[in-house]
Design a protein around this ligand. Sequence first.
Ligand SMILES: Cc1cc2nc3c(=O)[nH]c(=O)nc-3n(C[C@H](O)[C@H](O)[C@H](O)COP(=O)(O)O)c2cc1C
Ligand code: SF4
Ligand code: FES
Length: 554
Amino acid sequence: MSTSSRAYRATHKPEGAMESVIPEFHAVAEERGTLDQAAVAELARRVSLPVAAVRGAVSSYDDSHVNPSAIRVCTGTSCMLSGGGEMLRELQKHYPCHGTYCLGYCDRAPAAMTSDGYVVPNLPVAMLNVFAQGGPLPHPAPSSIRTVSRHAIVNARLEKSIDPRGAAPEYTGLRAALRLTPEQVVEAVLASGLRGRGGAAFPTGKKFQLAARAGGSPKFIVANGDEGDPGSFIDRELMERDPHSILEGMAIAGHAVGASRGIVFIRSEYPVSVDVMNVAIRRATDAGFLGKDALGKDKPFEVEVVRGMGSYVCGEETALLGAIEGMRGEVWPRPPYPIESGVFGRPTVVDNVETLNNIPWIMEHGAAAFAAMGTAESKGTKALCFNKGFAKPGIVEIEFGMPLGDAIFKLGGGGTGGVELEAVLVGGPMGSIVTPDQWDAPICFTAMAKRGINLGHAGIVAIPKPADWGAMLKHLLAFMRDESCGKCVPCRLGSTRAYEMAMNGLSRRDLPNFERILGLMKEASLCAFGRETPGPVKTILEKFGNRIFPEGGR
Ligand SMILES: Cc1cc2nc3c(=O)[nH]c(=O)nc-3n(C[C@H](O)[C@H](O)[C@H](O)COP(=O)(O)O)c2cc1C
Ligand code: SF4
Ligand code: FES
């Protein structure tokens, strides 16, 4: 769809039409078991859009191409390193299977998910009989999570083991916020120094301030629960075990900016998160924390869940908002930024799930207590996710400032079985491969960026020695090619050409051309996907090229 048709949709949304059309995508697919021509026509009728527009949108999502009864086998970085690719090939001999990039069980890789949404972690070949049995499986136990910071924020309620499907807990942070004016809430979030945990590290208070000033109504708060980075699973844990902290953070954000609507966007690979968040919304509405008078008499704040359809790039805020409107999962040029023109052209705050989880704590304990933790540029705490390759996989909440090496050894326990690590991949495929010479870097958005490290969402994947860097290179390039949304030329063509070159046997002679392609992606791509994914690939060439090209490397 063109920009003008997006503008058309924003201003001409039919009276009474649903705010979010993806639920209709899922409903029609589930009713008919497929999204064939007739289903697409039915969907177009239901959402009042032309058939061609709906066909174009649906076809851009991975889920529309997957056999609904297929087993999804993870081949994301953590699972790839634990034999996920072999598991996919083995299971394919017996069942319809589909490779996917992360199921949020990177601490128990390799993982697979049945068509009913049951995840089978730690997948050895023997688990074939699990699938043969059919019927309901037990959901995996929660990931291990602990806190080593002065205060538990992310872990504040997780460690109390509140039943996430039970009655809503007291929304004490929201109560504290409602005693303040919206301007005072914005001031408090600004003073806390909170920066977004979704990767871009934008100051959250600044975002609130701009959204509060933006004209247009209704305003929206969108919780980004897309968590696509293989290696990260904190957002899944938060949505499944502490959904109310996210809803509470959204309601506080709603009070701060004058929003009355909330949407929690959750990737389809997290069906339990979808279920738990829906239950929590009902409980919070029953308790009056959400709904008609949530933010004061006749000041509503209503929240709904929108389930994604399989697309990494839909974690990017403009692609995510487009997906909610029922368009292709593609990035849009900014400006305008979502705070001015987001869902259906209305001012919209998009915040990561972990960012929102921090906000009730700030309201309850004060901005100063939050700002007293961490470094000058990165305040508060961060959940680090350690994958299966560590001796102690799981989640640890730290105060910003801890050296990366301390996290790797003291918290992650180093490589599993005492194996030496050659590097770690921090922040997923848009993050950085960090070798031991850089492990003294403090975990801090700014200090790491100065050393060329992208913290991203702070998933940490162990790369044991001796690493197969050729395989890692191909893995990262395959991810790039598979997940590019195709909107801009440098990334659309660059990701494909770079992958083809690697698969056709990259030689030393090809390197200048290969590096030129990566360089063009970095310089000219529309979004951070195309600009950042070449980073880890280039690090492999620079630091381990001699291992990939025996004839002498670079
Ligand atoms: C390709 C791509 C994927 C992204 N995926 C996510 C994601 O899964 N979750 C997330 O919170 N932010 C993701 N982001 C960042 C969002 O665009 C946005 O900056 C973030 O949701 C804002 O929330 P925050 O300020 O709380 O970090 C992604 C960005 C890009 C470019
Ligand atoms: S950089 Fe890649 S993911 Fe981002 S807009 Fe361009 S094609 Fe899409
Ligand atoms: S579950 Fe496989 S990489 Fe996350």
